[in-house]
Design a protein around this ligand. Structure first.
Ligand code: SF4
Ligand SMILES: [Zn+2]
Length: 130
């Protein structure tokens, strides 16, 4: 991913963009606002957001958008795009997580955790590759 080479967050710790799952609303907001300030300076912002929406990356700040903001964007995109049905994966998998997201379900803890771990791993892998 060429855009990752120019990423302003290159070399920063993952925590900078991922509020802890136990964070209070205030803590979460502080982390998100600080991350968004970094994204504002980033030349890869658009490509990063595009990547995060396509994957989708459902946790952390990507392309200057929080997970909630991206979910809103995602809903709009998914509303215009129908997907074929596949074998349903059980809760506790990222596939199940994305299914909940598409359906607008309340996300259960097992799925939220599966997604958080997968997303943090991808972010870490991206930093290693950069
Ligand atoms: S826009 Fe993406 S690549 Fe740029 S600083 Fe933000 S998270 Fe990193
Ligand atoms: Zn689930």
């Amino acid at each position: 991913m060429a855009w990752a080479d120019d990423a302003f967050c290159k070399g920063m710790t993952v925590d900078t963009f991922y509020p802890s799952p136990d964070a209070t609303d205030g803590e979460r907001e502080r982390v998100e606002e600080a991350a968004k300030k970094i994204c504002r300076l980033c030349p890869s912002r658009e490509a990063c957001l595009d990547w995060a929406l396509r994957w989708p990356e459902t946790t952390g700040v990507w392309g200057g958008h929080t997970e909630t903001e991206r979910r809103t964007l995602q809903r709009r995109l998914l509303g215009t795009r129908r997907r074929g049905t596949t074998t349903l994966q059980p809760c506790g998998t990222t596939a199940a997580y994305r299914r909940h997201l598409r359906r607008g379900d309340v996300i259960d803890d097992a799925c939220a955790e599966a997604n958080r771990v997968a997303s943090a791993n991808r972010k870490a892998a991206r930093k290693e590759a950069a």
